[in-house]
Ligand binder design. Structure first.
Ligand code: ATP
Ligand code: MG
Length: 229
């Protein structure tokens, strides 16, 4: 079971290197993420932001140091216990060769109604997709989606999930300013009672975050609120 502790993630001196690389992707990283806070991971391209997110969702394990999740080593949890806690949007959204309905259904624990599907598509600005109905085919051999459409479909999955922790990797990359602001508003509204961990290298609405971690060249270089940095 997952304890109701205040410190959700405790990353302690974590070092990680991808197996086929000589350089470290994370170098003795220390950080804590408190339950219910909104956290931004900021930094230049290649600095290690996505890698950190991958470790937080346990897709990789540290080479040294450790990650505690709700006070227990993250390695101690079952896959299903972790999955129930976390809704994850990876930097490249995966679209399955399947119907629009099934591409959204995987994010929700209850069977989605047609109304829920059209509603969530409207909210993320994909109403033109909704017009073609939930059975239209996506992925290989199906309707092609632009990068921005894929990202918004990924966001729709997040909005359909009831997981209490959201981990989003550049959810607004490649969107224009106005769409970006709209998506951020949706994200924060959905995350109101949740923990939000968001990778970004933009500063749009950065003042909304409780905590900003700046990563540079695999190391943590700064942390604080926007007005403290
Ligand atoms: P961006 O802003 O471009 O997304 P990032 O901060 O997310 O960058 P990471 O993707 O975490 O950076 O990459 C950190 C380092 O690890 C980089 O040197 C990158 O080339 C390398 N790296 C990332 N993913 C892999 C992988 N799957 N295999 C090998 N090396 C990788
Ligand atoms: Mg990245």
């Amino acid at each position: 079971a997952v304890k109701n502790s205040n410190v959700l993630f405790d990353v302690k001196q974590v070092t990680f290197r991808y197996p086929d690389r000589s350089q470290l992707a994370l170098n003795r990283l220390d950080l804590q993420i408190l339950r219910g806070t909104k956290v931004a991971l900021l930094g230049k391209t290649g600095s290690g932001k996505s890698t950190l997110l991958q470790l937080l969702v346990r897709n990789y394990a540290p080479d040294s140091g450790e990650i505690l999740f709700a006070e227990q080593p993250i390695s101690a949890y079952s896959e299903s216990a972790l999955r129930a806690q976390m809704a994850v949007l990876t930097q490249r959204v995966h679209i399955f060769s399947d119907s629009l309905r099934n591409n959204l259904q995987l994010a929700s624990r209850s069977i989605l109604t047609e109304l829920q599907i059209s509603d969530v598509l409207n909210r993320v600005g994909l109403q033109h997709l909704a017009e073609q109905g939930p059975e239209q085919w996506l992925g290989d051999g199906g309707r092609p989606l632009s990068g921005g459409e894929q990202r918004r479909l990924g966001l729709a999955r997040i909005l359909l999930s009831d997981a209490p922790i959201l981990l989003l990797d550049e959810p607004t990359e490649g969107l224009d300013r106005e769409t970006e602001r709209r998506m951020l508003r949706l994200i924060f509204e959905h995350a109101k009672e949740k923990t939000l961990i968001m990778v970004t290298h933009r500063l749009t609405e950065i003042e909304r975050f409780d905590q900003i971690y700046v990563i540079d060249d695999s190391r943590l270089i700064e942390n604080g609120r926007f007005d403290e940095l």
